[in-house]
Design a binder for this molecule. Structure first.
Ligand code: AHM
Ligand code: MG
Length: 335
């Protein structure tokens, strides 16, 4: 099999479609390199003294794990000096990190969840890094949080890296989805799946079932119908999977179909959901749509939502098209 590296893939995309400017290519390569460093830290585990809590809290009031903090630092350090970015934002930082004056400022904005699936770090289950790239569209000097508040449909690129049995990078630059596997011997990202597509139908759903009693009626209805199996209104048996790392759950869906839900629930009625719009839902929604799936908040396409704040939360329903449509219709019927 001819091996195509990430660099070659990006150069060829640029030649064929002409939509990957040099700065964006550099950005993607730097993020991919940073993910390699994170993968090394993840693999070392207890031997690298990277497990356990950092005894600090992030802006969302969650206790940070050592690997949350390490991964955040790796991504910032790697991306500061290249001249491709104006600023970065992260799940682990209260506000944006502007590229320091000693480096040139670029035209892109990078958002990330440096280590997704934090509850799985210490139990050796797949975790990941999620990233989203926006262009700074305003011509104002300097950069502020406002510059980041763009709907997900304006993303220039998005992807994630999953640290599992294999380390894989999954990427879209708006021309389909490509998957790369890290070759540990050579240290390079090798294209192993191109033009990924999600089947429109599925018999597999992913949701944290322990929250069932807190869901809104349309979500309850959807899952009840799935659980009723062959004898129920769906006429088929469903299987359930929940890794509790969004990256791993989305990776399974991109690999063989399925539907993922993290819905609003009544314990926190004022919060639209648990997951964060700008660095979790948007990049995943972009990938899922690029693979032929759908992503909504139950009512509206995720990529159309105009954010009002950096750490905004959102309900998420994504994956195989016909299932997402069904959930969305149940919400519309209940409205
Ligand atoms: P994190 O970014 O702090 O790791 O939280 C996000 C994670 C998602 O990866 C996952 O889908 C969800 O939270 C798991 O939630 P739960 O603990 O309810 O299973
Ligand atoms: Mg996360």
């Amino acid at each position: 099999m001819k091996r195509i590296s990430l660099t070659q893939y990006l150069v060829e995309q640029q030649r064929e479609h002409g939509h990957i400017p040099a700065q964006l290519r550099l950005l993607i390569e730097i993020v991919a390199r940073a993910c390699k460093r994170i993968a090394i830290a993840v693999n070392k585990g207890a031997l690298g003294e990277v497990l356990g809590s950092a005894d600090t809290e992030n802006v969302q009031g969650e206790v940070q794990k050592k690997l949350d903090v390490i991964s955040n630092e790796v991504l910032i350090e790697a991306n500061e000096w290249g001249g491709h970015l104006a600023a970065m934002a992260s799940e682990e930082m209260d506000t944006i990190h502007v590229v320091p004056n000693r480096y040139p400022q670029g035209e892109y904005l990078l958002l990330f969840d440096p280590l997704d699936g934090s509850s799985n770090i210490d139990v050796n289950v797949s975790i990941g890094t999620i990233f989203s790239v926006l262009r700074k569209v305003t011509n104002t000097r300097g950069v502020s949080e406002e510059d980041f508040l763009q709907p997900g449909k304006q993303q220039a690129a998005a992807g994630y890296c999953v640290y599992g049995p294999q380390t894989m990078l999954v990427l879209t630059v708006g021309e389909g989805v490509a998957m790369f596997t890290l070759d540990r011997e050579t240290g390079s990202w090798v294209l192993t799946e191109n033009e990924v597509t999600i089947p429109a139908d599925t018999k597999e759903f992913a949701i944290n079932m322990s929250n069932m009693r807190h869901w809104a009626p349309p979500v309850r209805q959807y899952i009840d119908d799935c659980l009723a199996g062959k004898e129920g209104p769906r006429g088929k048996d469903f299987n359930m999977r929940w890794v509790a790392s969004m990256v791993a759950d989305v990776h399974r869906i991109l690999s063989r179909g399925g539907v993922f839900l993290y819905p609003w629930d009544k314990r926190e009625p004022d919060k639209p959901g648990k997951l964060r719009l700008m660095y979790e839902a948007n990049p995943m929604a972009f990938l899922i749509e690029q693979a032929g799936g759908q992503a909504t908040n139950g009512r509206q396409r995720i990529l159309d939502i105009v954010p009002t704040k950096l750490h905004e939360r959102v309900s998420v329903v994504l994956g195989s098209k016909n299932e997402v449509q069904r959930v969305t219709e149940l919400h519309q019927a209940a409205a």
